[in-house]
Ligand binder design. Structure first.
Ligand code: FER
Length: 387
């Protein structure tokens, strides 16, 4: 990514460690070795923070095990989810996700016998920035304006723009189309906006400073108040959180978590691939971040149908921040899928992997029979809601 070329980065190790036994280890967390400062208390116990990782201080005296929240590991079994009540329909969805650590080369490469959709750029007026703004759209292969399609908002990294995710090596068009061709992803509209959306009068040159991150933090308003209404007005989109996904790489992953968990009423699927620092207040190797949630407030009002977090084990840019988010979700009893990509840095391998696993899991595809055609639309997604 451009980020790598702009900065000299200090390599750091990812803290994917296993620790000595205590109550915390059953939740995939280490025990605190020194600290007794309480970060969060929940029904599992009291938790502290050591070297950026949530650790267990003491178990709750009356602990009641819940049926979820384990959230770590690759491929979460294959529980069969019978559609009982509307509110429970999605309950086991995340258990059906089968993560594949690396996106296969055969899914990244373009094939001669397949027609790939051509992304195109539109401009919309943003009341948030009070300016015309660009965004790219990918319509499904065999697009039929009489159908209705779910929408995936895909967010780029820092110092990038609406074109970056369309660079061929990122696989945005090829992975999507190859998966649809194999009936392994639903037909959807993919929207790739420009994420730097400063409030009028607050624009600053790109830099590693909170004054610049503010323009990214404000993107939530541009997306919800300007882009989503634009999409509803101009394209045949299926509405509702069960038809709306948000995901992205690095700065885009951070914002997907932020937006998805702030507006869980609007987004049912959240993908954070190598998410950047800034969800919680912190100072990383580059700068101070004001934080978007208190650690114990990273909680969705409506349970996500799927939250997926990933990162390379050798990520030298966001280092262990993705793992911290995973830890916070565990501590907050927020079910999610978390996996690491062995040896990957802050790079295309990590992007391809996150995108591949997310695309092949969203919009209820895991409840469809294998090889069933996924392109039928009016009910290309269930009308049920998750809460
Ligand atoms: C940071 C480190 C990395 C940061 C952002 C990033 C907001 C994002 C990297 C990327 O998008 O590739 O401290 O601050």
């Amino acid at each position: 990514m451009k980020f790598n070329t702009i900065l000299t980065l200090v390599a750091a190790t990812i803290a994917c460690k296993v620790s000595a036994e205590c109550f915390a280890t059953q939740f995939g967390q280490p025990c605190c070795s020194k600290t007794t400062d309480v970060l969060i208390t929940n029904e599992r116990g009291t938790w502290g923070l050591e070297k950026g990782v949530i650790c267990g201080i003491a178990p709750a005296s009356t602990f009641e095990k819940r049926g979820n929240g384990k959230g770590n590991g690759k491929g979460n079994g294959n529980g069969h989810n019978k559609n009982k009540h509307k509110n429970e329909y999605w309950a086991g969805y995340m258990d059906k996700v089968q993560v594949e650590e690396f996106c296969p080369a055969s899914i990244i490469e373009r094939k001669e016998n397949i027609t790939y959709p051509e992304p195109f750029k539109v401009h919309y007026y943003s009341t948030t920035t009070q300016s015309e703004r660009p965004m790219n759209i990918i319509l499904p292969p065999n697009y039929n304006p009489k159908k209705k399609y779910p929408v995936f908002y895909y967010l780029h990294g820092i110092f990038c723009d609406e074109d970056t995710m369309l660079e061929e090596q990122n696989g945005t068009v090829s992975i999507y189309t190859n998966l649809v061709n194999e009936n392994r992803a639903k037909e959807m509209i993919i929207v790739i906006p420009y994420q730097y959306a400063p409030a009028p009068g607050t624009e600053v040159p790109p830099n590693l400073d909170q004054s610049y991150y503010d323009g990214y933090d404000n993107f939530i308003n541009d997306l919800i108040n300007d882009i989503m209404p634009y999409m509803a007005q101009h394209y045949p989109i299926a509405t509702g959180r069960q038809n709306t996904a948000i995901g992205g790489f690095s700065m885009g992953g951070r914002n997907s978590l932020y937006i998805g968990y702030t507006r869980s009423d609007l987004f049912g699927y959240v993908g954070a691939f190598s998410p950047a620092p800034g969800i919680f207040e912190t100072t990383d190797q580059f700068s101070w971040h004001k934080g978007l949630f208190q650690p114990d407030k990273l909680v969705a009002k409506k349970k996500p149908i799927l939250t997926m977090l990933s990162c390379g084990t050798n990520d030298s840019v966001v280092v262990d921040y993705p793992e911290q988010y995973h830890n916070a979700l565990v501590a907050n009893n927020q079910k999610h899928v978390w996996y690491t990509i062995d040896g990957a840095d802050h790079d295309t391998t990590a992007i391809n992997s996150g995108y591949y696993n997310f695309l092949s899991s969203i919009f209820n595809i895991l409840n469809e029979k294998p090889h069933e055609s996924s392109s039928d639309s009016e009910d290309s997604s269930s009308s049920s809601d998750s809460e």
